[in-house]
Design a protein around this ligand. Structure first.
Ligand code: COA
Length: 288
């Protein structure tokens, strides 16, 4: 193994370790927080670029210990992830307040990953993961004051880490969020996010959307609204709600263009939007 790694470290080389996430009986994770005492270690951690398991690809190159830990936990078998996260916190690799929500909810819904073309560029649209925190931060700090005002209805320019963590640590059940990613060589950019948070007491969910300024007006928002409607319907959400500034015509138009019955109640400067995910005629068909 070390010889293969040395070879892969040649100019423009990549070291890729491909392995099952558990032993063949499924009882032991092959991703561990520390190697057993006396175990032979054939590679330095900075020499490994990618680790691939049946749960995805961990991108390790150039990342901090904390990011590396999260990347690896993310490709471990789901039943070991929370324990690995606890161990990483105990070892000081991850902060004490690291959210565990993603590891307690439904499994990451791989089936919702898709590609879409915007302005001639192919984007990956997929549910957010805990490892997306840095990209979410970059997206937030790229927003113009107008976009911040429309999305958060404040003029604030800072995003607390807790807010970012709750955006990427979702349980894929009560909370769902998608990102639109552009991959350029080894660089990935996040250009938009949309999310819903279900009300646990009824079948409604609150939605929100934000597209990076230079990508607005290129169909990303329309795609995300239709995506959330589709996913919401398939998960038995009956009603979407949203608070939209009365001046935010672009967002209001997107809701109206779904063709669903949108009701808008103006309170101060904010429209309280609500719409049923099933059209009247579909409801009649279902009832019949
Ligand atoms: C509101 C917002 C989410 C809309 O996203 P978007 O990606 O700009 O939306 P779209 O590009 O799909 O649609 C916007 C307009 O561009 C048009 N459009 C869609 N595809 C297009 C394309 N390929 N080329 C040119 N125009 C296009 C649409 O017809 C629409 O026009 P309209 O406003 O006259 O109806 C986005 O502008 C945003 O992030 N705003 C700031 C945050 C915000 O307001 N969030 C909502 C709070 S819930």
């Amino acid at each position: 193994m070390p010889d293969f790694i040395r070879g892969a470290l040649s100019a423009r080389g990549r070291t890729i370790i491909v392995m099952p996430s558990t032993t063949s009986d499924g009882q032991t994770s092959r991703i561990v927080s520390v190697v057993p005492k006396g175990a032979g270690v054939g590679a330095m951690r900075e020499d490994i670029h990618y680790v691939v398991t049946e749960y995805g690809i961990a991108h390790l190159r150039g990342k901090t210990l904390a990011k590396r830990s999260l990347e690896l936990i993310n490709v471990a078998h789901p039943s070991f992830r929370e324990k690995l996260l606890d161990q990483a916190v105990a070892l000081g690799y991850l902060p004490e307040d690291q959210s565990r929500r993603s590891y307690r909810g439904l499994p990451y819904p791989e089936e919702l990953e898709q590609t879409a073309v915007f302005d001639g560029q192919t984007a990956i649209v997929r549910p957010l993961k805990p490892t997306d925190e840095d990209l979410v931060r970059e997206l937030f700090y790229s927003f113009s004051s107008k976009t911040l005002q429309q999305r958060f209805m404040t003029t604030r320019v800072l995003q607390p880490r807790e807010e970012r963590m709750s955006q990427v640590n979702i349980d894929y059940d009560l909370s769902m969020a998608f990102g639109v990613f552009l991959v350029r060589g080894s660089m990935t950019e996040l250009i938009a996010v949309c999310e819903y948070e279900r009300n646990p007491k009824n079948s409604s969910a609150e939605v929100s959307f934000a597209v990076r300024d230079d990508w607005q007006g290129k169909g990303v928002g329309t795609y995300m609204v239709n995506l959330l409607v589709r996913v919401g319907k398939s998960r038995n959400i009956k009603t979407f709600t949203a608070d939209v500034l009365s001046t935010n015509v672009g967002m209001l138009n997107l809701f109206y263009r779904t063709g669903l019955d949108v009701s808008a109640k103006l309170e101060d400067d904010v429209y309280k939007i609500s719409f049923d995910l099933v059209k009247e005629e579909e409801k009649v068909k279902e009832a019949g």
